[in-house]
Write a protein that binds this ligand. Structure first.
Ligand code: TA6
Length: 317
């Protein structure tokens, strides 16, 4: 579907893989994003050169109830196995709806390239998680091609009871070679190591580099984290709000082989850095709303020249 003058629409609903509904967002300078209603799941984010910035597995199964491997799964109301629900909760394998007129946002994002989605529990969901909620997700492309995700969770219970949840934007970044990547902004922080029974450790002072499996939940993290891709000369800047923790995950070779919807060698081209609220669950009383915001940008990095000042990347806005 094209707008008058042949221009593509900033927001278009169409069919994706296996006939699943998806929303395509396009920004005037050429960047784009795709969001599946299945999972409220961002599966593509391209810059204005058409380069894909998110990793999606070549073996991803776009078929309910299997969650999509890659992109940005929404982990709600439970992160990983931090509770009694299925891993990462159920939001990532429910079909969300488009909401044409959501309650206004406190800060208005002017971008025309956006979509508002909503998830409410079904009778079946209420049997496994007995809490009424409305989860609103806005996905928007900024004028410079930044990808903005805003989640709003409201307790709509009428029984007077609060509920608690954990949450993550389980973002899979596309990287050229995991061995050439470094993450800055998490140095010296405490983390829970999922590979060592969630024991608490303190990270050393250097930027994080990768040479084996990693699955860590960094606690009380700064609002900005940088992912430097040496080979691509690209830096991803993650800005987050309302999300104190940051999960860093790469399965590496052995575990990758055990993940059926991930190619054996594909771990080399992905890195999950996940803005999250895990250590301290969010509690909402009836009528209360929580907001968690993620802003992703991809900027050229001068890391190869050895001139990059990490603080500049972290401080630039
Ligand atoms: O966020 C890291 C993590 O919880 C890992 O422990 C790893 O299992 C990963 O998520 C993927 O989980 P999934 O359920 O999507 O296979």
């Amino acid at each position: 579907m094209a707008a008058a003058g042949g221009d593509k629409l900033p927001m278009e609903v169409c069919k994706g893989i296996n006939g699943l509904d998806k929303v395509v967002l396009r920004e005037a300078r050429g960047s784009s994003a795709e969001v599946y209603l299945y999972g409220g799941h961002v599966t593509s984010w391209k810059n204005d050169h058409g380069e894909e910035l998110l990793f999606v597995s070549s073996k991803a199964v776009f078929k309910p109830p299997k969650p999509i491997r890659g992109g940005i799964p929404i982990c709600f109301p439970q992160f990983a196995s931090h509770g009694g629900l299925e891993s990462h909760g159920f939001a990532r394998n429910r079909v969300w709806s488009i909401e044409s007129d959501p309650p206004p946002f406190p800060t208005n994002s002017a971008s025309k390239a956006h979509v508002d989605l909503i998830l409410k529990p079904t009778e079946e969901d209420l049997k496994i998680w007995p809490h009424s909620f409305e989860f609103r997700l806005r996905v928007a492309l900024g004028p410079g091609g930044d990808l903005l995700l805003t989640s709003r969770v409201r307790n709509t219970s009428t029984d007077g009871k609060p509920f608690s949840f954990t949450f993550a934007y389980h973002t899979y970044f596309a990287v050229s070679d995991i061995s050439e990547v470094r993450v800055e902004g998490l140095e010296t922080l405490d983390y829970l190591d999922n590979l060592q029974s969630k024991e608490r450790f303190t990270e050393q002072g250097d930027a994080i580099t990768f040479e084996s499996e990693i699955d860590k939940i960094y606690l009380s993290t700064p609002t900005k984290i940088a992912i430097l891709d040496h080979e691509k000369k690209r830096t991803f800047v993650v800005r987050k709000d309302g999300l104190p923790d940051a999960v860093v995950w790469n399965p590496w070779d052995k575990r990758a082989k055990a993940i059926v919807d991930l190619g054996d060698e594909e771990y080399k081209h992905m890195l999950c850095v996940e803005a999250a609220a895990v250590e301290k669950p969010i509690t909402l009383k009836p009528g209360e709303e929580w907001k968690g915001r993620l802003e992703l940008s991809a900027v050229p990095s001068s890391y190869c020249s050895g001139q990059l000042d990490p603080q500049k990347v972290l401080q630039s806005s």
